[in-house]
Design a binder for this molecule. Structure first.
Ligand SMILES: NC(=O)c1ccc[n+]([C@@H]2O[C@H](COP(=O)([O-])OP(=O)(O)OC[C@H]3O[C@@H](n4cnc5c(N)ncnc54)[C@H](OP(=O)(O)O)[C@@H]3O)[C@@H](O)[C@H]2O)c1
Length: 296
């Protein structure tokens, strides 16, 4: 099977690595060519245009930042899309975003699957993402070898395009809540003159323990935020979730607070760093803002 990956940021690069490891013939394209070129040494073919990247592909993956980016890439690929290929749209673009992708797919008769993923840089690299898939079950079947190479499991969210993107927003609100809750507990421990690592020790092995707390907690306590999942990405997703639920009666108070806190973190200059950087906002927002302020 020939697979094309359009967008080789953190996730697209990792997924390319996993596909190459599984033995697929992979072609990559990225808006900024230098990032795609890095994958040549691993065995990926690097295309200099979207049109040439999708030539001869069986499966085309889009893994770019947001709905605008997906639409731009889709518009470039659509006229050149091979007749029997399947488009796995895996970026997080929300329900409205994937409907925009669907309109391009319908106009050019492209076979589209709504397939966002759970998991960050490491699961992308080692092929243990969770794929949330929605669309025609027969089409999903056709991409099964690719999905298996990328993921530890595939959750079938429904047959309607948009169902998987809705589930993805639900999951990312969970991640936002977990990250903020963890930062709050560590910052409270610090404020109460405790060693914050005692919090992690206290929850270890209990019913409210989670590997996530130890992973992101280590990063918060080390005050190091190498990016697996950028603050700006999660902020985009909270916005998508808020838009998607705006016309419903669900209580969005927590979502609004989370959006506010992650926005603060972004404005402190941490937009490109990992979501664990939210700890800075809880701990010492004034100092951090000062540190990041441009030099006079
Ligand atoms: N990181 C995670 O933990 C994670 C987990 C699950 C899902 N996601 C989702 O996966 C997608 C990619 O995330 P990422 O973490 O890989 O982000 P990233 O490292 O910031 O990469 C973003 C990618 O989008 C491309 N891009 C942005 N605007 C574009 C445009 N207008 N046209 C074409 N390409 C454009 C970028 O190209 P350039 O290199 O040229 O900027 C880059 O390849 C996002 O939707 C994100 O929400 C991320």
């Amino acid at each position: 099977m020939k697979v094309t990956v359009l967008g080789t940021g953190i996730m697209g690069s990792g997924m390319t690595h996993a596909l190459l490891t599984a033995g697929f013939d992979v072609t990559v394209w990225n808006r900024t060519p230098a990032w795609a070129s890095l994958l040549a040494s691993e065995g990926a073919a690097v295309a200099d245009s979207v049109a040439s990247a999708v030539e001869g592909a069986d499966v085309v993956i889009t893994m770019v930042f947001d709905a605008d980016a997906v639409e731009q890439v889709a518009t470039q690929m659509a006229p050149h899309f091979p007749a029997d290929a399947v488009w796995l749209q895996m970026s997080t673009i929300g329900v409205e975003g994937v409907k925009r992708a669907q309109r391009v797919a319908e106009e050019f008769a492209l076979a589209l699957i709504d397939a966002p993923v759970l998991g960050t840089k490491a699961p992308a690299n080692n092929g243990t993402l969770v794929v949330l898939a929605a669309g025609d079950p027969q089409l999903i079947e056709r991409t099964q070898p690719v999905l298996e190479a990328l993921s530890a499991k595939v959750v079938r969210a429904g047959e309607t395009i948009g169902d998987a993107s809705a589930l993805k927003l639900v999951c990312n609100m969970w991640i936002a809540s977990l990250t903020a809750g963890l930062a709050q507990s560590l910052a409270f421990a610090n404020a109460l003159k405790l060693d914050p690592s005692l919090f992690l020790e206290a929850i270890t092995g209990g019913t409210n323990d989670t590997p996530f707390a130890h992973l992101k907690g280590a990063s918060m306590l080390a005050d190091e935020f190498p990016t697996s999942f950028a603050v700006a990405s999660l902020l985009k997703d909270i916005g998508l979730a808020r838009n998607a639920t705006a016309s419903t009666s669900v209580n969005t108070e927590l979502a609004e607070t989370l959006e506010h806190i992650f926005k603060d973190t972004d404005q402190m200059g941490f937009g490109g760093e990992d979501i664990a950087a939210i700890y800075r906002d809880f701990l010492r927002p004034a100092a951090a803002t000062e540190e990041r302020a441009p030099q006079q």
